[in-house]
Design a protein around this ligand. Sequence first.
Ligand code: 13P
Length: 248
Amino acid sequence: MRRKFIAGNWKMNKTPSEAVTLAAELLPLVKNDEEDVVFCVPAIDIVPVVAAVKGSNVKVGAQNMYFEDKGAYTGEISPLMLKDAGVDYVIIGHSERRQYFGESDEMLNKKILKAFEHGLTPIICCGETLEQREEGITLEWIKGQITAAFQNVSADLAKASVVAYEPIWAIGTGKVATSEQAQEVCGYIRKCICELYDEATADEIRILYGGSVTAASAPELFAMPDIDGGLVGGASLKPDFGGIVNYK
Ligand code: 13P
């Protein structure tokens, strides 16, 4: 039985002091020992939020990182820095990074390999645009993204990783995918992992849905056989996140 995984992606919201306040407000609402609960916070909020969640069930994730250990890469954050600061997870390949910062599949694969090298678990994002969905090429597109992401990743590491299916048309739009639409793609991602590796790997890897998830939509989405939780944007900044974590 896969353990549910619920991550909040705070995106570019909350100053360090606001982040500490929000973490303190959410902590009592997101208590749950049967799931993995993660706050993926802006880089500058990592240190104070790690301190704020200490001793709780919440782990901290980053929203991005660079694929080198250190060096002359002005403005970037290295996996060593994240690890040392107490981070356990890192979102890689969010559609906003792909779209606004030109991150390619090749670059994302380098980041994924680097995250694993330093003991960080990547939350690997994929998803199609509305045009791609309407053209009927969603599954083909997702397969391409998944295949590129897992290039040179061993089965053992793949097993431990987390994939987030986030249809771009559902992100921040209030237009949540139906549970059938989300299940179709999450089930297909599991099939791709089975083809790339084997059944045991496909059985263990956790696959999330993201895109306008709320406490109202979470129960139906998370009840689907291949949806192991959610990557939540807007609602992760509100008490609603407690309702998403404790959706049962
Ligand atoms: P929303 O939940 O705000 O649609 O954002 C989803 C998302 O992009 C999470 O990474």
